[in-house]
Design a protein around this ligand. Structure first.
Ligand code: AMP
Length: 447
């Protein structure tokens, strides 16, 4: 089956031709007619399965020009990088239609984004917090939204966006079509669906032919951090086929440490990305990795979720994630769109428990490679690798002393511990006369 067999229209067929996209993926094929029927849909699909086009194609097919140029389609995604990616995909697909797509996210000036939005927008892509702010600001009329997409919903809930998503859902018009995509169907996701969706149809990307089958997974058992670094240098020196490496680690601090360690030797070709880096830095790092300037990008799990970077030749797990699902997400950054990919995990003693869980989850034992003969095994341990000797408090818990039993000295200390708080004139007036009336009362729920 090709896209010509799907009831699209000329502008969409032409745009697909320009991108040389000819055959629908499983999720695109399954989602099209269900979304076109107007029903609510929950799609279980990871990035790499073509899910963005699975919802964009029917949405664009159904979209019709409205003179008011108020957004009628809202797409919620967890990260700023995904906002940019989805905006680009929608613009590419809509290039022969008169459709205006805009993206909004936090960490940038709210007023500037509000002005841009007021200038006209048909499809709005954004992160939940910023969309909510624009709703409260009044620039975004949430009652006009006819189609809502919540993408990577499991990740959004994991990032703690639940209350913002629920606030947004409460502000939307009841008459709308809800589409939701998630890599997993967790209990949290089920609750959200049960409360806000209307008898959704569930569609899944077929597990067979999923990205996993294109990816060759191997692991090295490496005793400690410094030996992992030595192995990494060895691999970088001896394997020219490692052209585009995405290296994952679990924490921002480790990502920074690795960056400093590796970039000292390869400053021009190494980048790092995590959520403490500012927006421009993040975009620059991804762009330079995308265009081949960087051979290696060091990333944490959250930030790399959903990133669609072309032709990643190797994923390296410097450590293993504590969630098996995240291992699948990590390695899924390579071997995309039917290409072959390689995933190499450096498994230290501290990672062994996670390895067991990951293998059980995949029902696949990752082959272990012998360490290269020339590898220098380091016996220098980092502070977190040095075994901690725990001293048990032999005194146990001290009995609580009642106030009247405290000595004069103890009472004096307690008094001195009290924090002096300064009460402003406004607070005094508030306590005396109640809440002042303001001209523009903030909407309910705004903090
Ligand atoms: P996604 O799962 O939406 O992140 O898409 C992953 C990648 O697959 C993107 O680079 C898309 O441009 C690409 N893609 C989406 N649909 C198709 C298709 N039908 N044929 C080939 N590539 C596709």
């Amino acid at each position: 089956m090709t896209f010509k067999d799907i009831n699209l229209n000329n502008p969409l067929w032409k745009a697909l031709d320009d991108s040389e996209i000819t055959h629908p993926t499983t999720i695109q094929h399954k989602a099209f007619s269900v979304i076109m029927s107007g029903r609510d849909v929950t799609g279980i699909a990871q990035t790499g399965t073509g899910k963005t086009l699975a919802y964009l194609l029917p949405i664009l097919k159904m979209w019709s020009f409205n003179k008011s140029r108020h957004a009628t389609v809202l797409i919620m995604v967890p990260t700023r990088e995904l906002v940019v990616q989805v905006v680009e995909a929608a613009e590419r697909l809509g290039k022969y239609m008169n459709v205006v797509v805009k993206g909004v996210y936090g960490g940038t000036n709210l007023k500037t984004q509000a002005y841009e939005l007021a200038d006209g927008c048909d499809i709005l892509v954004g992160t939940p917090g910023r969309l909510l702010d624009l709703g409260y600001h009044g620039t975004l009329n949430l009652k006009l939204i006819k189609k809502l997409v919540i993408d990577e919903v499991d990740e959004m809930l994991a990032l703690g966006f639940r209350s913002q998503i629920e606030h947004l859902l409460d502000l939307l018009s009841e008459k709308r079509q809800n589409l939701m995509f998630s890599a997993t169907m967790s209990e949290d996701v089920e609750v959200l669906i049960a409360e806000h969706f209307n008898d959704p149809e569930k569609i899944e990307a077929a597990p067979s032919g999923s990205p996993l089958s294109n990816i060759n997974q191997v692991l090295y058992k490496v005793p400690n951090f410094n030996t992992k670094i030595n192995l990494l240098h060895l691999l970088l020196e001896s394997k020219p086929e490692m052209t585009k490496i995405l290296m994952f680690c679990s924490t921002k601090a480790l990502a920074d440490e690795l960056y400093v360690t590796i970039a000292t030797k390869y400053p021009e070709i190494t980048g790092v990305i995590h959520s403490n880096k500012d927006q421009n830095y993040r975009f620059n790092s991804v762009n330079r990795f995308q265009d081949g300037t960087f051979r290696m990008l060091i990333a944490t799990d959250v930030i790399a979720r959903g990133l669609d970077i072309q032709d990643v030749s190797h994923v390296i797990n410097f450590d293993l994630p504590d969630e098996p699902q995240n291992y699948i997400h990590r390695i899924g950054r390579t071997g995309r769109a039917d290409r072959k990919g390689e995933a190499i995990s450096l498994v230290g003693d501290l990672d062994l428990d996670w390895l067991e869980e990951i293998e059980a989850f995949m029902q696949f034992k990752i082959p272990t490679l012998d360490l290269p003969q020339e590898l220098e095994i380091s016996d220098i341990l980092t502070s977190s690798e040095i075994p901690q000797i725990k001293m048990k408090n032999s005194l146990g818990k001290l009995p609580k002393i009642k106030d009247e039993e405290k000595s004069a000295f103890q009472q004096k200390i307690a008094k001195n511990m009290r924090v002096n708080t300064k009460v402003s004139h406004k607070d005094k007036m508030h306590a005396k006369y109640g809440k002042p009336k303001t001209r523009g009362q903030k909407p309910k729920g705004k903090k």
